[in-house]
Design a protein around this ligand. Sequence first.
Ligand code: ZN
Length: 420
Amino acid sequence: MSIVATARTMHRLNRSQWLDADSIRALQTRKLKDLLNHAYATVPYYRTLFDDTGLTPDDIRSPEDLTRLPVTTKATLLDLPPDQIVSSAFPPGSLISETTSGSTGRPFTMRFDKPFQRARNALFMRALTTAGYRLGKRLMLITADAGKPSRRWLGWRYASIEDAPERLLGQLNAFRPNVLYGCMTPLRQLASLIVESGADAHRPGAVISTAEALDDRTRRLLKQAFGADIYDVYGLTEMGLVAWECAQHEGYHLAEDTTIVEFTPTDDGQHHSLVMTNLELMGMPLIRYQTGDLGVPGPTGTCGCGRSLKRLSRVEGRLLDSVLLADGRTISPYRFTLAIEQVPGISRYQVLQDDIDRFVVRAQSDYGDHTETSARLTAIIADLAGPNATVEIRYEDDLDPPAGRKFRVVESRLARTVSA
Ligand SMILES: [Zn+2]
């Protein structure tokens, strides 16, 4: 990958993060026009989508006009052959395929062009830099990429999300990174080990959490264990980093210079699903793509850091994990977490919806006597899900998912698909 092209992309995105709101909008409008013309001319799926809607790319003159186009779901793309969804503008073999199994269990293959990969790397570097990382500093990454060669010349060292916390602690103390980056679950396990054992642990200058929603309790634990400022980032395997925190910690800045993010009301009108149009991805464009994540808009106006990029307050969970009730109501996962976090003595928990009216709450409790805790948890589920719901409370020491899988605070196991 050309160093010059990489440096140019980083320079471009380092500048555009500071644009004022009008300039960001102008940038989005210009890039959107290029994207739509490209998709219409070279991607059969989008050409058909436009034609069926009676629109041409010229009809979409602003980011707001995008809502005239239908939303595209992953399920739709999964059902189509590659030549329908991949741009014919790229020679076969020039695109890099990345396959994820995802929560649906059906493998989904993205095709990334080289300029997009440079942008994705630059967005990652931008988030690292915001957390205080600089080239030449030591960075330890706890990711699923541990099989990749460590970029030692960069001062980067990979550890595996499947490593036991004791091993991660050894690596942390041996490598002494300036910045620690990792998926939330192994970071939390490492932090628990440090706090509970009182072991000597190296203190990095900053810790960056990714891959799973970071709840307040875990954030406090990380802060306590590492004595560092904690930054969270939000991204998708389909398009890389989408939002990241600055030192103000007042919401996540949306990477509006590379992505148009719509907060689309859900069927019940109470929540917003995140629908995204990636402005960099040309090999396999994603236009009004239903991410399946629920999000809450953040504070408006310019942030204390100087960025005017719009903000996301938090990701509430996945659309699939919103809880569908027998009476047809859906409840955002966040309502369960808000209520349960008020119950004293619970250090960690998970809500599983096994069936339409059957819930299991798995909890780790600091108290020996669970009578009061169980009564409160039962009352919370009854309050949210109705009196007919049955609730089982289980006290468990280890709530972690199998290695390599994401922990979801609220998990609905009802079989259904995400719809627009
Ligand atoms: Zn900011």
